[in-house]
Design a protein around this ligand. Structure first.
Ligand code: BMA
Length: 258
């Protein structure tokens, strides 16, 4: 438990599933007041979390939703920009619509939400923003041109926010590798079809590529986000923290000593 997250107003984007859901529950366990915004309100809601329907890529929708949240909750202390989508294509197969969809959610979404949270953070002379990027802001997979670009852009925006608003507002990024989420399941289905056994096998295979020997759990990303949002990380800003089970340090070429 952190002792300084209790009672804080925390806004989590994409909080209905996967990593965002784990982050929302993590803050709720710290007795924070958690507000989750997502395009779909989940079926398994938690009564400690307030859910709003909002598409982060839509500027007007975000503006209205954040106005409503601020009039309801008074303030926003911590913002976690987690909402993100992934679609798979190399550059020449990436249609303009796919490019725009990915950039609009993964990058413009952070711009939209952070922008409308900023006035209240500036008024408070304090605030904390954590952006969910990806290990793919460093090492990358094939056929994900728009996604890879978007996750690199998140790092740039993280650093800009950190520099422009220090010391009152801190902003950091987490860079997850393969995590057990609907996004990764969808990727597995694209590779092996909708067959439970094959999906599990593919996910195990991906897990073994990580030095930790497995894929990550959403809670393991959430734990890092909570640390960055807490006072325990008070001298960290503009940083990119890998939550990748060692994936990014591993060279794919083995030596005889292996
Ligand atoms: C994430 C997603 C996952 C992938 C992981 C590691 O951002 O792209 O589908 O497994 O990176 O490459």
């Amino acid at each position: 438990m952190y002792n300084d997250l209790k009672g804080k107003n925390v806004l989590v984007t994409g909080g209905s599933k996967g990593i965002g859901r784990a982050i929302s529950l993590g803050f709720a366990d710290e007795d924070a007041r958690v507000i989750s915004i997502s395009r779909n309100i989940p079926e398994d809601t938690d009564n400690r979390i307030t859910y709003y329907n909002c598409d982060v890529s839509n500027n007007n929708d975000v503006k209205n939703t954040i106005e409503n949240i601020i009039s309801e909750f008074g303030s926003i202390n911590i913002l976690v920009n987690n909402a993100g989508i992934e679609e798979y294509a190399s550059l020449d197969k990436t249609g303009e619509d796919m490019w725009d969809r990915i950039m609009d959610t993964n990058v413009k979404g952070i711009y939209n939400v952070s922008k409308y949270c900023m006035p209240v953070m500036l008024k408070n002379h304090s605030g904390n923003i954590v952006n969910v990027s990806s290990v793919q802001a460093d090492i990358i997979t094939k056929n994900a041109a728009a996604y890879v670009t978007s996750k690199h852009a998140v790092i740039g925006l993280t650093k800009s926010i950190a520099l422009d608003y220090a010391p009152e507002i801190r902003c950091n990024a987490v860079l997850p590798a393969t995590i057990d989420t609907p996004l990764v399941r969808k990727a597995a289905i694209l590779e092996v079809g909708n067959n439970e056994e094959k999906i599990s096998q593919k996910i195990r295979e991906w897990g073994l590529q990580h030095p930790m020997g497995r894929i990550g759990k959403p809670e393991e990303v959430a734990n890092t986000v909570l640390f960055l949002a807490s006072g325990q990380s008070s001298f960290i800003t503009g940083a990119s923290i890998m939550v990748d089970g060692g994936l990014s340090i591993k060279a794919p070429i083995s030596t005889p000593r292996n």
